[in-house]
Design a binder for this molecule. Structure first.
Ligand code: SF4
Ligand code: FES
Length: 248
């Protein structure tokens, strides 16, 4: 099959950037969207042209590196699917597809489809961890975890830090990401003691990085490849408010 790709090309952060049209044929419906970019890049390289820069690592929907905006939707048209797991069978032969990088103030474009998502790492640095004394691993059953808490933590822990929620949000908010991380840790007994200061610190870091505020539009959860529920944002807001009232 064949696709007509209109891909955002931008030399560096200072370049204005533009969409460039490419026709890519000889594709299989079983190829992933990243493999289409691979094919295009092989042909560009063979022709002596600059290949399209894009981020990727696992290609299994795990690492969160690969996101791009496909026809206006973060990670493309398939629900709960990362760009690397999006297959061509979901596109029509000959379809024109527009491919752009994440667009958000806190995610500056580095080159072509690659953005700097370091702001998410700095939110984690602000509190996305559990303080624990070092030493040998504790006995597995020493800290019982109730099943509902384990399930909730597991659901939130599915966040892969891809940033699609930010790209889809009209406010450029990272609240779904931040709340998923805070909920994952704060729901477990090991993370509960730091739940309030963690929520306050991570929410403050989110604001300091230039992400927008959440107005509950729900675009984030609609594009999230791991279907993180909007409800976690309520939990984070409650914990951040409680932290302000109790800890000052
Ligand atoms: S909440 Fe979903 S969309 Fe946002 S970073 Fe995590 S996995 Fe990606
Ligand atoms: S390359 Fe790792 S999630 Fe897509």
């Amino acid at each position: 099959m064949k696709l007509v790709l209109k891909i955002w090309r931008q030399k560096d952060a200072a370049d204005r950037g533009r969409l460039v049209r490419y026709e890519v044929d000889g594709l299989s419906p079983d190829m992933s969207f990243l493999e289409v970019l691979d094919v295009l890049n092989e042909r560009l390289t063979a022709a002596g042209d600059e290949p399209v820069a894009f981020d990727h690592d696992c290609r299994e929907g795990i690492c969160g590196a690969c996101g791009v905006v496909i026809d206006g939707t973060a990670h493309g048209p398939q629900k709960a699917t990362t760009t690397c797991q999006l297959h061509l069978r979901h596109f029509a032969d000959g379809q024109t597809v527009t491919v752009e990088p994440w667009r958000a103030r806190a995610f500056p474009v580095v080159k072509d489809l690659v953005v700097d998502r370091g702001a998410l790492d700095r939110i984690i640095e602000a509190g996305g961890y559990i303080t624990a004394p070092t030493g040998s691993a504790p006995e597995a059953h020493a800290t019982p975890v109730p099943k509902p808490a384990a399930d909730r933590a597991f659901e939130a822990a599915a966040c892969i830090g891809c940033g699609a929620c930010v790209a889809a949000c009209p406010n450029g908010s990272a609240m779904l990401f931040t709340a998923a991380k805070a909920t994952h840790l704060g729901t477990l007994p090991q993370g509960e003691p730091e739940r309030l200061p963690r929520a306050a610190a991570m929410a403050a870091a989110q604001d300091a990085e230039g992400f927008g505020g959440c107005t509950n539009t729900g675009e984030c959860t609609a594009v999230c490849p791991k279907a993180i529920p909007l409800e976690v944002i309520g939990s984070l807001n409650r914990d951040a408010l409680e932290a302000t009232l109790r800890l000052g």
